[in-house]
Design a protein around this ligand. Structure first.
Ligand SMILES: C[S@@+](CC[C@H](N)C(=O)[O-])C[C@H]1O[C@@H](n2cnc3c(N)ncnc32)[C@H](O)[C@@H]1O
Length: 179
């Protein structure tokens, strides 16, 4: 991942639009990188709050710098943590959790990680997972693998695929069936 702060890729702008956040919402992002999505989200939040976790120290540092004003106001927090090694219960509940281009959700069995997200969602909370497949790589594999993982973790999900410039955006909308 290129660690340049400032620009916001089209996939991120589109994904944040699709989140359709309200200003009072609590939002959790997994793998937020340099804080591109967070910068758009925090500008929309009034009483709401944003927590971003990322396992990369460099990404977290860049994100904290980018979000400095929001961090100072208490709207944003960015933490270095790998989803599979962190407990988020005391940080919840979140009305929206999301991730953009975080491969673990389709490259491996991510059931435990997805269950840990389900535990911190509100009863009407939503998990959104977005992927821009690399050029030439079929979206179908992502759709299948993520769908299986979500179902095993107790989520009911729908998936849409839309054009994104010369690429595609695969977008999942998931709610926990256990609520
Ligand atoms: C390809 S980048 C995407 C960054 C940003 N979401 C975007 O779309 O531009 C993936 C990010 O997820 C983070 N990441 C990958 N696996 C993770 C995990 N298990 N827990 C937390 N962060 C993770 C990486 O450190 C990286 O910053």
């Amino acid at each position: 991942m290129k660690l340049t702060a400032g620009s916001v890729p089209l996939r991120v702008r589109r994904a944040v639009e699709m989140l359709a956040l309200r200003p009072e919402q609590a939002v959790l992002e997994i793998g937020g990188g340099t804080g591109a999505a967070a910068s758009l989200i925090c500008a929309q939040l009034k009483t709401g709050r944003y927590l971003g976790i990322d396992r990369s120290e460099k990404a977290v540092a860049a994100s904290r710098q980018r979000l400095a004003g929001f961090v100072d106001r208490g709207t944003a927090e960015v933490r270095r943590a790998a989803l599979e090694h962190t407990a988020l219960e005391s940080d919840g509940p979140f009305g929206t959790a999301f991730a953009i281009n975080v491969n673990l959700f389709w490259t491996r069995n991510a059931v435990d990680e997805l269950r840990s997200i389900a535990r911190v969602l509100t009863d009407d909370g939503v998990l959104r997972l977005f992927f821009e497949p690399p050029p030439g790589s079929p979206a179908q594999r992502i759709v299948e693998q993520v769908s299986v993982n979500l179902a095993k973790a107790g989520f009911e999900s729908t998936c849409t695929i839309q054009p994104l410039g010369s690429s595609l955006l695969v977008a999942f909308h998931a709610v926990s069936a256990n609520h």
